[in-house]
Design a protein around this ligand. Structure first.
Ligand code: IFM
Length: 446
């Protein structure tokens, strides 16, 4: 670990990451409108155990003590998201001042604690009224998103130094619009490819609004980039891994950094009649320069050719243990490979790991959780990040998912990703051993 000390620069951001619907609760308070996650989670059968984000970690009321925990751990940054439907309850139209007030309080409390906020403008909680207008398949949403972002920038742009337009557009597109496991629960290729294109356009319009306002901070996007490897070195398996990489990674990286959709995926989608309608100027808008790129990394998947799978003709094999409670393979070298790939194939702009972490079957005993697996997980991923820095990657920060156990989407509260254990009935917070470990790690860096 001593080698790590010299490898992470002194101004490196060390934070945790969360998202509005997963922690805030208070869904009916202070004029918040419904989001697609409210409607989805209240639809029977969609979420494990019938869980909803109605109360979640009650962070809306407990943010000050949660920030106190971050300070105690020694963190200097915090990534969370702004709930669009708190600001515009219907996604557009009348502004809800009280929604902005919450993020004002949050921002000022963070800054007073010496913690830099990094705000994501969209972490999947689309105002439900906009879903009623067709959701992201409707191109008009891109303008509504721009208008919402412009208001948030105007309000907080003087104080917030780090902005992220979208969180993981690939996961929102695929889980929400292709596989139907996330809100809004749709399963349709055409809707999915339109959604992806419109999300990227919305990102482009948000950049425009930010640049026009001349705000002092920096702006990026967060992509979920996992590592896909062919099961064997044959043409068919290589092609299968390439398609999966195309669906999840390149469909976003290429337009953002190369101003075009990947030719192989475009051809595949055209052959199936599912390519999105792209208008003149769209790709220029999408590929405007960014100040940084956020990477969320979680796992490796080993891919094989499978002619039975529609469109992609590819599937993931059984993950290789050890696994997290999500069933995800623990593969720290994948983080190194993803970071160095981005530099090699796409961009030299600063990178932040905006999410990395793991769920394990944590049990609260005597006021704490013994979670050696999480400590080991973090150590090994920190080492992979340090190696990437040593090899020239301009990595500026690392955000652990997550500060608190929280609402893990379709898995509900059953999967615990936090450094801090949340006893949901009492809303008591308990430090897991990993939180103590992180505190020592950070103290030793200084
Ligand atoms: O909880 C999610 C988060 O919302 C987005 N990235 C992955 C995390 C763990 O699944």
């Amino acid at each position: 670990m001593s080698t790590m000390k010299s490898l992470f620069p002194p101004d490196f951001l060390w934070g945790t990451a969360t998202a509005s619907y997963q922690i805030e609760g208070a869904v009916n308070e202070d004029g918040r409108g419904l989001s697609i996650w409210d409607t989805f989670s209240h639809t029977p059968g969609k979420i494990a155990n019938g869980d909803t984000g109605d109360v979640a970690c009650d962070h809306y009321h407990r943010y000050a003590s949660d920030i106190h925990i971050m300070k105690e751990i020694g963190l200097n940054a915090y990534r969370t998201s702004i709930a669009w439907s708190r600001i515009f309850p219907d996604g557009k139209g009348p502004l809800n001042r009280k929604g902005l007030d919450f993020y004002d309080r949050l921002t000022d409390t963070l800054l007073n604690a010496g913690i830099q906020p990094m705000y994501t403008l969209y972490h999947w909680d689309l105002p439900a009224s906009l879903q009623a207008e067709g959701g992201w398949a409707n191109r008009d949403l891109t303008q509504y998103f721009r208008d919402y972002c412009a208001v948030v920038f105007r309000h907080l742009g003087d104080r917030v130094r780090y902005w992220i337009t979208l969180n993981e557009p690939s996961v929102h597109t695929n889980e929400g619009h292709l596989y139907g496991t996330h809100a809004p629960g749709l399963s349709d290729w055409k809707t999915a490819t339109r959604t992806a294109h419109h999300l990227l356009l919305a990102h482009g319009l948000a950049i425009q609004a930010f640049r026009e306002g001349g705000y002092p901070g920096s702006l990026g996007i967060t992509l979920n980039i996992n590592y896909f490897e062919p099961v064997g070195d044959t043409e068919e398996h290589r092609r299968a891994a390439q398609s999966v990489d195309g669906l999840w990674n390149r469909w976003y990286l290429d337009p953002l950094f190369k101003q075009r959709y990947p030719a192989d995926m475009w051809e595949l989608y055209q052959n199936h009649g599912i390519a999105p309608p792209v208008q003149a100027g769209d790709l220029e808008l999408i590929s405007q320069s960014l100040d940084f790129l956020g990477i969320n990394y979680y796992f490796r998947e080993i891919i094989h050719a499978d002619p039975a799978v529609p469109v992609l003709e590819a599937a993931a094999g059984d993950p290789v243990p050890p696994l997290t409670a999500m069933g995800w393979e623990i593969f720290p070298d994948g983080l190194y490979r993803v970071l160095t790939r981005i530099k090699r194939e796409y961009t030299d702009i600063p990178l932040y790991i905006t999410e990395n972490g793991a769920a394990f079957p944590d049990v609260l005993r005597n006021g704490t959780v013994e979670d050696p697996q999480r400590i080991d997980y973090l150590k090994r991923h920190f080492q992979a990040a340090a190696q990437a820095i040593a090899d020239g990657v301009d990595l500026r920060g690392y955000f652990i998912w997550s500060l608190l156990d929280n609402f893990e989407w379709a898995c509900g509260y059953g999967k615990r990703f936090g450094l801090i254990y949340v006893d949901y009935p009492s809303q008591q917070r308990y430090w897991k051993q990993s939180a103590h470990w992180l505190k020592d790690f950070l103290a030793n860096l200084r």
